[in-house]
Structures are given as structure tokens and as C-alpha cells.
Write a protein that binds this ligand. Sequence first.
Ligand code: SAH
Length: 212
Amino acid sequence: MTSQRTRDRLIERLRGQGISDPKILDILRATPRHIFLDEALSHRAYEDSSLPIGFQQTLSQPYIVARMTELLLEKGPLERVLEVGTGSGYQTAILAQLVGRVFSVERIRPLQEKARARLRQLNLHNVHLRHADGGMGWAERGPFNGILSAAAPEVVPPELLEQLAVGGRLVIPIGKQGQQQHLYIYDRSAEGVEERCVEPVQFVPLVSGILA
Ligand code: SAH
């Protein structure tokens, strides 16, 4: 169930859905997704679906991880990336193999601790984790060349836009729970910030405050 053939089939499916960056596809193929799940669910790791990770949270669907990564890296390699919502750490692991350094914020402590162990297991040492409200960004470590949010606010948090470097891009789902959400891109230039709506999506909400 976690065989190379099953993983290859997932990569073919992603290609069919329009993911075309060979580097991203190679990293998705090589990164074990099953270690980011509890054992009872690991046999479903290479399905193209989101899966529960506890605390009413989900490991994002491979298509959406691939799509957001592709959008984030569209303009070239990135040095410093902020991720909001570490969750299982899977998206973090993909990013860590594609950018200089990943700064990832999670509000639920037990999820963060599990993610830390998995990232260490994969020998990914260019990742910095923080237990905090990621809606505020991580100002001390900014500005960032890229910001990716794995949780949806109802409106774009101004702190995230402020922590975007000139030339940087924010990729974020926006919308109310239970209503249609959309993936947005915000590009910062010397002149200001440009917004683009990409496609409909379904994400867990960005919740303020932290959970010990
Ligand atoms: N990319 C992750 C997605 C996890 S779901 C994965 O594939 O596993 C989204 C995560 O965002 C959850 O873990 C949730 O706890 C976290 N989250 C929600 N609001 C947050 C906030 N304000 N700050 C930090 N993390 C937040």
C-alpha cells in the first residue's frame, strides 16, 4: 500500500491534474507521506485526499500541497519561507527540500511536537518551528520571500502582507467555513500588493490564539 507503484500512481494523477514542475513532482514522489499519519490511516497515505491528523485538523490533499507549492515557487527559488499551520509537517517537509529555510508556525502543541519528530526523522534541518498564532506571522524572522497558509482566514491577515519581502508571494485560502473558499495569491512589489484569485478550495479555519 505504500509501495513505489502506489506512489508513482499518485504522481501520475497529479500530473494529470496540471502539476507540471518536475522538481516538485520528484520531491512528492520521494517524500514518504505515510509517516505523517497515524498507523491506522497510513495505508491511505497515497490517495489524493485529505486525511485526519487529530484535533479536528487534516493533512492536506496531495494535489493542494503540490498546487500551493507550485504557485509559491512560480517565480523562482526562495530563500526564506513562512508556513502558517504546520499540522502534520508534510507540507513543511516538501517545502524544506525546495527552499533555503522554512519557518513554520502551529497553534496546537501536540501536532507541532509530532511534526518536529518526523522532520528530524527525514533529516530536514533547515526548518524552524514555533508554537504560536500564525495569523500574526513571525515578524522577528521576516521578511519572507514566500508565505504559505494551510488554514483559511475570512480576510487576509495584514500581518502576513506586512511580512512579505518585495518580490515575495503569499499563497492563502480565504473564506468562511461552510461556504465556498478560494485560493488567493498576493504579490508584493515596490509599488504595493497585487491580489489574484486562483481556484475554489476547502480548508480548515485559521483560528486565533494557541492550544497548549
Ligand atoms: N499542511 C498541514 C495542514 C494542516 S491543517 C498538513 O498537511 O498537515 C491546518 C493547520 O493549521 C492545523 O494544524 C491547525 O492547527 C493550524 N492552524 C490553524 N489556525 C492557526 C493559527 N492561527 N496559527 C497557527 N496554526 C494554525
